[in-house]
Write a protein that binds this ligand. Structure first.
Ligand code: GCO
Ligand code: MG
Length: 401
């Protein structure tokens, strides 16, 4: 069997998605997600100009060799654009391998290690009462874990808060600007945990996303203040380009830490994992080189008592979610999977067989990944330029969004 053709589909059913579809000379197809929020066309061009021509005629069964060919062959290693493009090819080849074998991909990865994939939903509010209502809606639906975010008094338009049914931070082509105050935030966040624990008790698993806004010593202070509320994790307290920064946070708090949604290779996380500076690694299939490479990251994590907590925001397509679920089901050190349901338009473009039940997601039992792209449906939603916002401090200094 040989790869006969491959094409990139860019569509925007409410938000932009980049999808690679590979077809073999025997008519077997596979799909891979290549979406990089706000930089979609860079990955689309990378695939079309530099990757697809080299795929034609290759044996689709040679997943590892193709991964190494694209990684080593680029000479310019790593980076989100390169690794998302490699991920899309890798994911599509796993899909094809599953279809050829007649098995769901998790069976090729060693089979089921658990009955279902525990997911967390995103509760948020502009105030504590509206946050409590939002948490209650998740609990009613059966969620066992919830991320909680609320706007500190006086701060509007901050990361993670939305009254829209489908949260989407990317909007205008030129980034919108938001204002950030660390003192107001640090003062406020413990109170939302106190309120949610008082209302919902100790067993609901809770997380919170700082979204890279703090310094290490500020993060240490927040982690310590949150200890009474027994978080499952505190996410991205500081940007992690400096992995060593996490040593300082770790010295001061027992609040578990989760990092990695912007990572694209094992090298981004090697110090964090091997020194056990984090508790959950949040890298994803689409941005971290596909199933092949993410499995390698997760295996390293397993050696050091680090569990997984893959990114699963709506800017990763149902193709990525399907692939993540097969991996989550198979690996020994799964922790928690982020899950934000997509819009009805997105679900129609990407027909998929995974399902939510009683707080768990279950991957499709169909051969392969159990997801596809309906290209006629996708064509109804052309690409629209949209960027993520930026953040400034109150005095105008650029900060991390
Ligand atoms: C999360 C993430 C996302 C990102 C988004 C950026 O934990 O879900 O922080 O919401 O902000 O993926 O494109
Ligand atoms: Mg996050």
């Amino acid at each position: 069997m040989r790869i006969a053709s491959a094409r990139v589909v860019v569509c925007s059913p409410g938000r932009n998605f980049v999808t690679l579809k590979i077809e073999t000379d025997e008519g077997v197809t596979g799909v891979g997600d290549a979406t990089l929020n706000g930089r979609e066309m860079a990955v689309a061009a990378y695939l079309t100009e530099h990757v697809i021509p080299a795929l034609i005629g290759r044996d689709p069964a040679r997943i590892e060799d193709t991964w190494q060919y694209l990684y080593r062959g680029a000479y310019w290693r790593r980076g989100p654009v390169t690794m998302s493009a490699i991920a899309a090819v890798d994911t599509a080849l796993w899909d094809i391998k599953g279809k050829v074998a007649g098995l769901p991909v998790y069976q090729l990865l060693g089979g089921r290690s658990r009955e279902g994939v525990t997911v967390y939903g995103h509760a948020n509010g502009t105030s504590v009462p509206s946050l409590l209502e939002s948490v209650a809606r998740f609990v009613e639906q059966g969620y066992r874990a919830v991320r909680i975010q609320a706007s500190p008094p006086g701060m509007t338009d901050i990361y993670g808060i939305s009254t829209a049914p489908i949260y989407e931070p990317a909007s205008s082509a030129i980034p919108s600007e938001t204002i950030w105050s660390t003192p107001a935030y640090l003062d406020f966040i413990p109170s939302i945990f106190a309120a949610v624990r008082a209302e919902f008790g100790p067993s609901l698993r809770l997380t919170h996303d700082v979204h890279h806004r703090l310094t290490p010593i500020e993060a240490a202070r927040l982690g310590r203040a949150l200890e009474p509320y027994a978080l499952t994790w505190l996410e991205d307290p500081v940007p992690a380009e400096s992995q060593e920064a996490y040593r300082l946070i770790r010295q001061h708090t027992t609040t578990p830490l989760a990092v990695g949604e912007v990572f694209n290779s094992i090298w981004d996380a090697s110090t964090l994992i091997s020194e056990q500076l984090i508790d959950y690694i949040r890298a994803t299939v689409v941005h971290a080189g596909g199933i092949t490479h993410l499995r390698r990251v997760f295996d390293l994590a397993a050696l050091h008592h680090v569990r997984t907590g893959s990114h699963g925001a709506t800017d990763l397509s149902p193709v990525c979610m399907s692939a993540a679920l097969h991996l989550d089901l198979a690996i020994p050190n799964f922790g928690l999977q982020e899950y934000m349901p997509h819009s009805a338009e997105t679900d129609a473009v990407f027909p998929h067989g995974y399902r939510f039940e009683a707080g768990y997601l279950h991957p499709s039992e169909e051969p392969g990944l159990g997801v596809d792209i309906d290209e006629a449906e996708a064509a109804r939603y052309p690409y629209r330029a949209a960027s993520l916002p930026v953040a400034r401090l109150e005095d105008g200094t650029m900060h991390n969004w």
